[in-house]
Design a protein around this ligand. Structure first.
Ligand SMILES: Cc1cc2nc3c(=O)[nH]c(=O)nc-3n(C[C@H](O)[C@H](O)[C@H](O)COP(=O)(O)OP(=O)(O)OC[C@H]3O[C@@H](n4cnc5c(N)ncnc54)[C@H](O)[C@@H]3O)c2cc1C
Length: 484
């Protein structure tokens, strides 16, 4: 079995910052990441072999990105790409799938920096070709330079909406509408004092807004998408305002022709690994939902396992970079490479920066707090579990028939059991159960975490190191019983 001082899962902003800092202080660090190239989501790059002819809007972060990519070649760091961490067979050991190089790794300390995924928001038509998530679109733009349509509408809730709108406009799409569900213009005055803690990001947001306005697209706040229509693919999008009580006002709905709808209702932390490690979770809706409980040094309830970045609660790239760096110092101190005083000196400026980002984040949360009543968009035909094609009507009928718990609905409909393993449907399933039972969503039981934490191939599993098989001498005796 391989051994390392520090194991980092995730080569995004948080994971690479942690690895770089820890290696700088003399730790042997191994970084595992399931992508082919380092960078995670924010610093996603073009695949090897793509030819880059000129600077584009995606190169504005090139300097920071290159510094982060270079981390993978830094002394003391072993970087394993295309490595899916899928099991923890024993305390301090993680198993990863990497073709013929699959294996297990024992670490003195582990940092989980697993990032996030798009928060699903079902509404009629959300599974039509031409409807994509905000994160998915950013991946296509950054990782392939592809716009999957021409006439575009962006709708959702949160800072990614403005960013995606501006990026599409700059990338040459015919942007029609950008629709933010929260009434952010009305709330701006109440948030500005916190937002100016990060003036660079405020300037960026103003730039995004200007790019959208310049494109001729209409920018609406306090509106939402309520339906995507089309025979075989997206043809038009129905938008409607949200009233002061959080209800959609269908009387003022309007349809807009489009062949690309980008939907972004925020992100959710990827918590498969911390669940697999049996770390305690807490419900923080403003940080994306379920997040690992962490102490001041980012340690989860599982000793020796730290969690940082979006995987520990959505905080954005600036937070992820700083949390990662701080975790690197914490790891070096914990494993004896830095004295308490040396570590304290290094931690202080990073903690001060984190406090600033935290202030900014609180401002953002107030600005974008999601209006309620999104379950009202579901019609009986709306698909909730897109892997297993389970509709809201089917789930509600099962609930009426007495199958009210997560386990009962999962067992009778296969919701959460498909390829996405619940990433796209668990949140809606929990919301439906909460609505029917009158419980708060955080009291709805989650399904038990199952192996593998991420999809792996059978070929990868065949590489697993298994203990020698114990065969009885007499094959008719039960296993383990031997003829003396
Ligand atoms: C799809 C998507 C697109 C986004 N695009 C933007 C954007 O354009 N602009 C912006 O400001 N913010 C964007 N965000 C938010 C931004 O990416 C994050 O704030 C930032 O990247 C967080 O850094 P991180 O290191 O915590 O996570 P990430 O950058 O997401 O890195 C986590 C890494 O861990 C890997 N990983 C997770 N689980 C495992 C496992 N079991 N085994 C192996 N590897 C694993 C992931 O594949 C990923 O490479 C996006 C988020 C998502 C989900």
């Amino acid at each position: 079995m391989r051994e390392t001082d520090l194991l980092v899962v995730g080569a995004g902003a948080a994971g690479l910052s942690a690895a770089s800092e820890a290696a700088k202080h003399g730790l042997a660090v191994t970084v595992l990441d399931d992508n082919l190239l380092p960078g995670g989501q924010y610093f996603r790059r073009l695949p090897t072999g793509y030819h880059h002819t000129h600077e584009t809007v995606f190169d504005k972060e090139r300097q920071r990105a290159n510094a982060l990519y270079a981390t993978t070649g830094q002394k003391g760091i072993t970087y394993l790409n295309d490595a899916v961490v899928w099991e923890s067979p024993e305390n301090g050991v993680l198993a990863f799938a990497r073709g013929a190089d699959s294996g297990r790794i024992r670490a003195k300390l582990t940092i989980i920096a697993s990032g996030a995924h798009d928060r699903p928001a079902p509404f009629p038509g959300w599974t039509l070709p031409g409807v994509v998530t905000a994160g998915g679109l950013q991946n296509l733009l950054k990782g392939q330079r592809v716009i999957p349509g021409r006439r575009a509408i962006v709708a959702g809730n949160g800072p990614l909406v403005l960013l995606v709108g501006a990026t599409l406009a700059r990338a040459g799409a015919e942007l029609r509408e950008v629709v933010e569900a929260a009434p952010i213009l009305k709330r701006l005055a109440g948030s500005i004092a916190d937002l100016i803690a990060m003036p660079k990001i405020v300037r960026q947001a103003v730039d995004y807004r200007l790019a959208i306005m310049k494109s001729g697209a209409r920018l609406r706040t306090g509106w939402t998408v309520i339906e995507a229509r089309g025979a075989d693919e997206l043809e038009e999008v129905v938008l409607a305002p949200i009233d002061a009580t959080g209800k959609v006002d269908r009387s003022r709905a309007r349809a807009v022709k489009a062949d690309l709808l980008v939907v972004g209702f925020g992100l959710m932390p990827s918590i498969e690994l911390v669940r697999l490690l049996d770390c305690k979770l807490e419900w923080k809706p403003l940080r994306g939902g379920w997040v690992p409980v962490r102490g001041a040094d980012f340690e989860t309830s599982r000793p020796g396992v730290l969690a940082v970045g979006d995987g520990a609660g959505i905080g954005g790239v600036e937070m992820a970079l700083r949390e990662g760096k701080l975790a690197g110092v914490i790891a070096a101190e914990r494993l004896g490479k830095l004295s308490r005083d040396q570590a304290a000196n290094l931690k202080a400026p990073i903690q001060a920066e984190i406090a600033k980002v935290e202030t900014f984040r609180r401002g953002l949360e107030r600005l974008y707090a999601m209006p309620p009543a999104f379950l009202d968009l579901l019609t009986p035909e709306t698909i909730v579990c897109r892997c297993e094609d389970v509709t809201a009507g089917e789930l509600r009928a099962r609930q009426d028939a007495g199958f009210g718990s997560t386990a009962a609905l999962k067992g009778t409909t296969r919701t959460t059991m498909g390829r996405c393993q619940g990433r796209n449907c668990l949140r809606t399933l929990s919301a439906l159960i909460a609505q029917a039972s009158g419980q708060p969503i955080e009291q709805v039981t989650m399904p038990r975490p199952r192996l593998p934490a991420r999809l792996v191939t059978i070929g990868d599993l065949l590489q697993e190191e298994l203990p020698p098989i114990e065969m009885p001498k007499d094959p008719h005796l039960p296993r383990g019983e031997r003829v003396s």
